[in-house]
Design a protein around this ligand. Structure first.
Ligand code: HEM
Length: 182
């Protein structure tokens, strides 16, 4: 089955679906990386994993910015007509928070890396400027923000996934199916 590039009234198009599932996969990777980093003592392997975590996080940041631009020019299909107002509001709030967190978490990570004195690069190819100078207290604060918001993101992703499953299995509408490529 060929999926159109752009969103239609019924379903998300190929570009929106690709942004959604690639970002979802990379976010999952970020948590696996963070967990592996916490298991390791200081050394080469940990250093490499932290750098990969930074590069993938910056990729997510860039993809989310592009995704928001695409969404502006190509709005999502409308929600089913009979959907209660509270569900529409809840979906809007959760989607908005997911976007905000996917911007703030990588930005906090980037600033934290600069405050720690290491800086950040994208797979060693593009070296990013330092948004802040080296500062231990700032680094501690940003690490706390990065960690707290990452766990808030994880909770919202679970709520988002459960809501999609409820649409499919309980309400039996097309809301989940329209983000699936099949
Ligand atoms: C959506 C993107 C991201 C997610 C979901 C994410 C998630 C996480 C999580 C869950 C941790 C472990 C927190 C803890 O318990 O201490 C962590 C640690 C960390 N993150 Fe991220 N992160 C993201 C992007 C970034 C970016 C873009 C950077 C830097 C450019 C970054 C730099 C770091 C650093 C330096 C650590 C600490 C590693 C250590 O313990 O040495 N993160 N991140």
């Amino acid at each position: 089955m060929r999926i159109p590039l752009r969103n239609s009234e019924q379903a998300y198009g190929l570009i929106s679906q690709a942004f959604h599932w690639v970002v979802a996969g990379l976010v999952l990777l970020q948590f696996i990386w963070a967990w592996r980093i916490q298991q390791l003592g200081f050394g080469r392997e940990r250093f490499d994993l932290v750098n990969q975590h930074k590069s993938v996080g910056l990729t997510i940041l860039a993809l989310v910015v592009l995704r928001l631009v695409w969404r502006y020019f190509n709005p999502p299909p409308p929600l089913p007509a009979g959907m209660p107002a509270w569900e529409r509001r809840a979906a809007g709030i959760i989607h908005g928070m997911l976007y905000v967190l996917l911007l703030i978490i990588p930005l906090a990570g980037w600033a934290m890396s600069s405050a720690a004195g290491y800086g950040a690069s994208w797979f060693g190819l593009i070296h990013l400027p330092d948004p802040v100078g080296q500062d231990q207290a700032l680094m501690d604060g940003l690490q706390w923000v990065h960690r707290l918001l990452a766990w808030l993101l994880a909770a919202l992703v679970v709520a988002h996934g459960l809501a999609a499953l409820r649409h499919h299995f309980v309400k039996r509408d097309a809301v989940m199916r329209r983000m699936l490529p099949w």
